[in-house]
Structure formats: C-alpha cells, structure tokens
Ligand binder design. Structure first.
Ligand code: G16
Ligand code: MG
Length: 218
C-alpha cells in the first residue's frame, strides 16, 4: 500500500533550482570561469561544497579549504537574497493540488532536500503544513545519489521505503530514490532522468491517481 510520497525541493516543489543556477553562474563569472546549463545539471541535488568542486574543476585554481568555504558562503549569501523573493505563488504548477490530494487520501508527505535552506523556502511558500517530515541534510553522512536522505525521511514518517514513492528533478536524486528501494518519479528530460520508473516533463502532469497507478503497477 502506498504510505508516503517523499519530495525533493529544488526543481520539484518550487523552481529554486533556477536561483541556484543564477547564484553559481554569478560566482563563476566573478572567478572568470565558464558555467552553463549543461554543467549546472551536474549540480542538481548535490551538496553546496561538492557543487563548488564541480564549478572549480578544470579552472587551474588551487584554493585552500578556507578560500573554498568563503566562496561557498558568498554563493549562499547571494542565493539567500534571491529566495527572499519567493511567495506562495511560486509553488510549481500542480504541486498544491497534488499535496492536498495526497493528504485527503491519507498518504504521508516528506521532504528529502539536500538544501540547508529548505526550511526557509517552505516557510516562504507557506507549504510547511503539508509535510509531516523534513529530513535535515546536516544529519546525514552521504548526499545523493546515496539513498540516506530518502531513507531518513521514510524513517521519520515511520513508513517502509518499499511503500514510498520519491519525486526528483535530478539524476543523482533519481538514483538515490532507487537505491532506497522506492518507486521513482523524474521531472525533467530523459537525457538525465531516463532511469526513473515514471518520467514526466512537468510537475503539472503529476496527480494523486497517477502516483497510485505507478505504485500499484507491477
Ligand atoms: C539542492 C539543490 C542543489 C544544492 C543543494 C544544497 O538540493 O538541488 O543544487 O547545491 O540543494 O543547497 P544549499 O546550498 O541551499 O544547502 P535538492 O535536493 O532540494 O534538489
Ligand atoms: Mg532538485
């Protein structure tokens, strides 16, 4: 029986993925490095410090840990200024009615975001009331594609991962969901998310019936 649906935040609940892109791009430009959307795909779902390593690769720059921390902090300060503009109108299409529908059918709802800014974003979206569990990325050892954050959310909800569906927009995220033993829904293109059990091009296509259908199919 479908007991819970566990969501990624950035790129699934709201388009904060775009703000991450803009903030990393601004930092890269400041450092004189090239950064495009193709490279940005590799940052999705990946932690802040690991993202910085990807931004810096092939740069020839040799930075100390302290300098790296300063750059990551700078990116985050810029990102935080951008997400202050988020309002409840920034819930991605179909998400509000999906969360209402799941709640009405007694399905638990969890969040498995790699972002330390997730609680702030949920607050800005006024979406916190839908979530019975928000997994803290600070309390896990390994980020996506490791399943840890999805397993933590399931544990907090008190549900068996086998009875969960995970929803993601990142390749690393879909792999994390599958490694957790959950059914996976990918939001995006088959180039990155071809491995998902169900692939949709937009959150608008998500529905309670579709998720029950996915869970019940063999
Ligand atoms: C998100 C983004 C990543 C970001 C990470 C850490 O994860 O997809 O691009 O690097 O969180 O975010 P922060 O720097 O805010 O802690 P998710 O899992 O919600 O897609
Ligand atoms: Mg994401």
């Amino acid at each position: 029986k479908l007991e819970a649906v566990i969501f990624d935040l950035d790129g699934v609940i709201t388009d904060s993925a775009e703000y991450h892109y803009l903030a990393w791009k601004a930092l890269a430009e400041e450092l004189g490095l090239s950064f495009d959307r193709a490279k940005n795909e590799r940052l999705k779902g990946v932690s802040r410090m690991e993202s910085l390593e990807i931004v810096l690769e092939d740069s020839g720059l040799h930075l100390s840990e302290k300098e790296k921390l300063e750059l990551a902090t700078k990116k985050n300060e810029n990102y935080k200024r951008m997400i202050e503009r988020i309002t409840p109108a920034d819930l991605l299409p179909g998400i509000g009615s999906l969360l209402d529908g799941l709640q009405a059918r007694g399905v638990s709802i969890g969040l498995a975001s790699a972002s330390h800014n997730a609680p702030l974003i949920l607050e800005r979206l006024e979406a916190g009331h839908w979530f019975q569990a928000v997994a803290d990325p600070g309390s896990i050892a390994k980020g996506k594609p490791d399943p840890e954050i999805f397993l933590l959310a399931a544990e907090m909800l008190g549900v068996d991962p086998m009875n969960c569906i995970g929803v993601e927009d990142a390749e690393a995220g879909v792999r994390a969901i599958q490694a957790a033993g959950m059914k996976s829904v990918g939001i995006g293109s088959s180039d990155q998310l071809g491995a998902a059990d169900l692939l949709l091009s937009s959150t608008f296509e998500l529905s309670t019936d579709l998720l029950f259908g996915l869970f019940n199919r063999q």
